[in-house]
Design a protein around this ligand. Structure first.
Ligand code: ZN
Length: 187
């Protein structure tokens, strides 16, 4: 994992560019937001999250898709169950993952954050491969954007508590934070 400082793209990730981004209003990236997503909900490795972030979801494929197909959203990264990392938006650009949100009194967290989606749900554990990939990616992001200190890594539910529950009760924050601090998975 290595974030190219000139482009904001991670060279080792799969690239799946999303049109859902715009310019950040300020340069400093200072928050990391962890999410979960699966499409259809609870089904994994379907390729639908990639389609969703590219505005290519087939609404006839599943009843749930009709409710979300018109949304224009994205995240910078998706980590699938096997630990595969896909990037949709340059870190230098503003992805559309947080929505109405507030961190320490500062609103519109998309302006200054990076969003990582873990393929999963609120109802079951994440995989070892996901924790490993997430720790590696987090440390690379912190190396490139040092304002992302440990206290500035949070869940979507922390910045949008009324609307959002992800990454959910099965995300093991202690394990994740210890793994990042221990440089586990160093490459
Ligand atoms: Zn979320």
């Amino acid at each position: 994992m290595n974030i190219d400082p000139a482009t904001g793209w991670c060279q080792q990730a799969q690239h799946c560019p999303s049109p859902n981004f715009n310019e950040r209003p300020e340069a400093e990236i200072s928050l990391l937001v962890i999410h979960n997503i699966s499409l259809p909900p609870g089904q994994f490795n379907t390729g639908r999250v990639q389609q969703f972030f590219q505005n290519q979801l087939d609404t006839s494929a599943h009843p749930f898709f009709g409710a979300i197909a018109e949304l224009r959203v994205s995240a910078h990264f998706l980590i699938e169950r096997d630990g595969a990392v896909t990037q949709f938006v340059s870190c230098l650009q503003r992805a559309w993952h947080a929505g109405v949100s507030s961190f320490e009194g500062r609103e519109t967290c998309n302006d200054f954050s990076i969003g990582i989606e873990l393929e999963g749900t609120d109802f079951e554990p994440f995989t070892d491969a996901q924790y490993l990939a997430l720790a590696q990616l987090t440390r690379q992001l912190q190396a490139r954007y040092p304002a992302i200190t440990p206290s500035r890594i949070c869940g979507h539910s922390d910045i949008a508590p009324v609307r959002k529950t992800d990454p959910g009760p099965h995300f093991d924050w202690a394990r994740y934070r210890a793994s990042v601090a221990a440089n586990e998975g160093e490459q």
